[in-house]
Design a protein around this ligand. Structure first.
Ligand SMILES: Nc1ncnc2c1ncn2[C@@H]1O[C@H](COP(=O)(O)OP(=O)(O)OP(=O)(O)O)[C@@H](O)[C@H]1O
Ligand SMILES: CC(=O)N[C@H]1[C@@H]2OC[C@@H](O2)[C@@H](O)[C@@H]1O[C@H](C)C(=O)O
Length: 367
């Protein structure tokens, strides 16, 4: 049965809420619908950054001490506004939508402690938008001993089914953190986080240039990467671990650059993200032949250039050039995952999150 689903993603970049409509039976994609974006205000983003700091010592996933309660309310309201604007702009009514997939905002990810925390009140959201909401996608996986991330690989596989490219294919998503999906035929699906995405670079740009990100990679393009610093950073134990493995947004926040110009700093952090992505190749069964780049990092032209240099002779294409949406892909994925969850289909697998057996997941809140 085909379903019409809306996916909502608020990622580790803390930039805003991505919204996308998708028609799917949870196995294949019948059609992409429109997509939208509701940016966080500076105040909301500040609140979320504070929530991330305060979440570090959370004892359990449903605890909301201090600022976390306020942050959760802000996340819920932002998502309700995102859906209201999106449906109004596209003349969609709540009856048109079978399910909403609501990721929420990750404030802590510590699978080794059995903990992954996404804030956002699904029951309040369902009431506000009058549509059933599926949420808590990662909880069952972590409870069963999985990494609880990444979850987009089943969606990447569905998209790659109709892609005429030489395999193995890797889809790399460069958001706040980077993750990859390795696809070889219809059976082999391997995934993991690879290291930083844009989060370190964004935080640096804000500190040094008072800008939210390095637009199109222009600052990095003027600098020279410090390969010595990158070589040291890559010695962290995470990088030698085979997939599956996952990260918290702030896992590398303690890495500090030495004295260098802003351009060299941006070039170094951009090249670090790229080196960590390329560093996954020896840990995969075969050398990938075709790479597809999604997420906000696909708009960073210096990042794309460095990826092409590092991954040659493999091809490196931005998702948009294939008719996919680099910006909406994660929101689409959570619409797709909600449809899969409704049908009890697996969301994660031993080789994507390390869960002992394929696992379904998600919890439904009804209006
Ligand atoms: N025009 C651009 N030029 C360069 N970088 C950009 C551009 N637009 C977006 N980005 C980068 O992409 C980031 C947002 O990416 P994205 O929306 O994929 O992240 P996310 O979904 O929040 O993260 P995650 O996938 O880790 O959950 C921004 O913070 C910025 O670093
Ligand atoms: C715990 C958590 O929210 N992880 C995110 C984060 O952002 C990117 C990377 O780290 C990925 O593993 C995951 O998001 C995507 C959507 C995923 O689960 O596939």
């Amino acid at each position: 049965m085909m379903m019409t689903a809306i996916g909502l993603m608020s990622g580790t970049s803390l930039d805003g809420v991505d919204v996308a409509l998708i028609e799917t039976d949870g196995k294949r994609v019948k059609a992409f619908g429109p997509s939208g974006y509701r940016p966080y205000t500076d105040k909301e983003r500040g609140l979320l950054l504070q929530a991330l700091t305060e979440a570090v010592d959370l004892p359990q996933r449903d605890a909301r001490p201090g600022i976390l309660r306020e942050a959760e309310r802000a996340v819920t309201i932002a998502h309700a506004e995102a859906v209201a604007t999106f449906t109004a702009q596209n003349r969609i009514t709540s009856e048109d939508i079978d399910i909403v997939g609501f990721h929420g905002q990750t404030v802590l990810h510590r699978p080794e402690r059995g903990l992954t925390v996404q804030i956002g009140d699904a029951a309040a959201l369902a009431k506000a938008i009058h549509i059933p909401v599926m949420h808590d996608f990662r909880a069952a996986d972590v409870a069963a001993g999985g990494q609880g991330a990444p979850f987009v690989p089943v969606y990447h596989r569905a998209l790659a089914q109709s892609l005429e490219r030489e395999g193995p294919i890797v889809v790399v998503n460069i958001g706040g953190v980077s993750n990859i999906t390795y696809i070889d035929g219809s059976e082999i699906l391997i995934a993991c986080d690879t290291g930083p995405g844009n989060a370190l670079l964004d935080d640096y740009m804000f500190r040094v240039m008072k800008q939210r990100f390095d637009c199109e990679g222009r600052l990095a393009a003027q600098g020279t990467a410090d390969q010595g610093w990158i070589g040291c950073a890559l010695k962290l134990p995470f990088f030698a671990l085979p997939p599956p493995k996952s990260l918290d947004r702030n896992d590398f926040a303690s890495l500090k650059l030495g004295q260098m110009s802003p351009a060299d700093g941006a070039a170094t952090l951009t090249a670090f993200t790229v080196a960590a992505i390329a560093g996954i190749v020896p840990l995969l069964p075969k050398v990938p032949k075709s790479w597809v780049v999604a997420g906000g990092g696909a708009r960073n032209l210096t990042m794309l250039r460095m990826l092409r240099e590092r991954l040659a002779p493999a091809t490196v294409e931005a998702a948009d050039t294939l008719g996919w949406s680099a910006d909406a892909i994660e929101a689409q994925a959570f619409g797709f995952l909600a449809a899969r969850g409704l049908k009890g289909l697996p969301l994660s697998y031993p080789a994507t999150t390390g869960v002992p057996m394929p696992m379904t997941g998600g919890v439904i809140a009804r209006p």
